[in-house]
Design a protein around this ligand. Structure first.
Ligand SMILES: Nc1ncnc2c1ncn2[C@@H]1O[C@H](COP(=O)(O)OP(=O)(O)OP(=O)(O)O)[C@@H](O)[C@H]1O
Length: 368
């Protein structure tokens, strides 16, 4: 398999001793949209800057299209980078800003002008080509930065929080444009963000980072339904996490003794779940059912085994055919639950009692 981008055992330690990136491994296929997601300071930007060449690699291999580029200058790499503040030249108009990258490459003027016209057209910027960038809106400036990076026809586009400076509505619409553009161009995008929703909306795969290390690399849905660690589960949100100790494992289902009882979850990561080990059950919002308190116990048992916890319904909102509920456990913990309206019509009410129930195969167990 030929990859567009490969990082193998990549480390970055800054001169002051800060270990910013620790043993980073990732293979990226051509045309993939990859997001680096994680809290501030986890090493996302450092990794992106190493790929672009603006930061040196301390050790490990950085390969672009099968060629080791650790020691290659940024301008020699087939990458383009967009920064959060766009770094546009205020004294130049839109066209001059976009042309700049091609002038640096000493491309003949006719050819350069033709390429600039094409990309301005593609991004809907032709009508403002002669305006100074200082007079333009945030969304327009974002598009110019995009045009300037794409005009050099990179193999890989690197984007460092490119939507961070935009307000929420504009952000949403530019997200959509960005995704369409990426599909249209078919080039690889590596995108840094600390916004979960943005990473989930845009990417084919998300790399979750924590304190310099990769925690998990997964498609968005899998990250949400099958987080591999507590850190990922908490960072992605909307999951109930039940800590406990292992009682037994049978057929890939681990039973944990928790504060609320003994419950099961699937051991998808193949963790050594020996008796007494501390682990947690992860319950994604759509993996749990809310069962009215008047449903007989043997009926609950037949569907869910021992996986039922008494709770009260704090709030209930119906949107279309889906009920969105916030429920409260006995210890005060709140979790989100979604259910189909038809299932228990009129038997679930805000303020009422119910059971949170799930099939062990729909929940996952992870390390404590
Ligand atoms: N030039 C530098 N010299 C020394 N330490 C640095 C340098 N740049 C970043 N760091 C440190 O390296 C670690 C990773 O920083 P990095 O900027 O890559 O994180 P990040 O995840 O991109 O954060 P943010 O979302 O805030 O940009 C942090 O501890 C940071 O303080």
């Amino acid at each position: 398999m030929a990859y567009d981008l490969q990082l193998t055992n990549v480390y970055k330690t800054y001169d002051n001793g800060t270990p910013a990136v620790i043993d980073f491994n990732l293979d990226v296929e051509k045309g993939e949209f990859i997001a680096f997601l994680g809290p501030s300071g986890c090493g996302k930007s450092t990794t992106l800057r190493m790929i672009s060449g603006f930061e040196t690699v301390t050790s490990g291999d950085l390969m672009i299209r099968g060629k080791r580029v650790n020691d290659q200058l940024p301008e020699k790499r087939p990458t383009s980078m967009i920064f959060q503040n766009y770094a546009l030249f205020p004294h130049m108009n839109v066209r001059q800003n976009v042309l700049f990258g091609l002038e640096v490459k000493k491309m003949p003027r006719d050819e350069a002008n033709r390429k600039v016209d094409q990309i301005l057209e593609k991004l809907g910027l032709s009508s403002i080509a002669d305006m100074p960038t200082s007079r333009l809106s945030g969304g327009q400036r974002q598009r110019i930065a995009l045009a300037r990076s794409l005009v050099v026809e990179p193999d890989i586009l690197l984007l460092d929080e490119p939507l961070g400076a935009l307000d929420a509505n504009l952000r949403k619409s530019i997200q959509n444009e960005l995704k369409l553009l990426q599909r249209d161009l078919g080039i690889t995008f590596v995108f840094v963000t600390h916004a979960q929703s943005e990473a989930l909306a845009l990417s084919d795969r998300i790399v979750v980072m924590n304190a310099g290390r990769v925690e998990q690399v997964s498609p968005p849905r899998e990250l949400y339904t099958r987080p591999s660690s507590q850190f990922v589960a908490r960072f992605i949100g909307s999951n109930a996490i039940l800590p406990g100790t292992v009682r037994e494992e049978q057929n890939g289902i681990v039973m944990l003794d928790t504060a609320f009882g003994t419950f099961g979850g699937a051991n998808r990561a193949g963790i050594d779940a020996h008796k007494g080990r501390e682990m947690s059950i992860i319950l994604p919002a759509e993996a749990v059912d809310l069962v009215p308190a008047d449903v007989p116990q043997d009926e609950i048992r037949a569907s869910f085994g021992s996986n039922a916890i008494p709770c009260t319904i704090d709030s209930l909102q119906i949107v279309g055919h889906i009920m969105h509920m916030i429920v409260r456990f006995a210890d005060g913990k709140l979790i989100n639950v979604e259910g189909h309206v038809d299932k228990y019509r009129n038997r679930l009410k805000a303020g009422g009692s119910a059971f949170i129930a799930w099939k062990s195969t729909n929940a996952s167990v992870i390390d404590h």
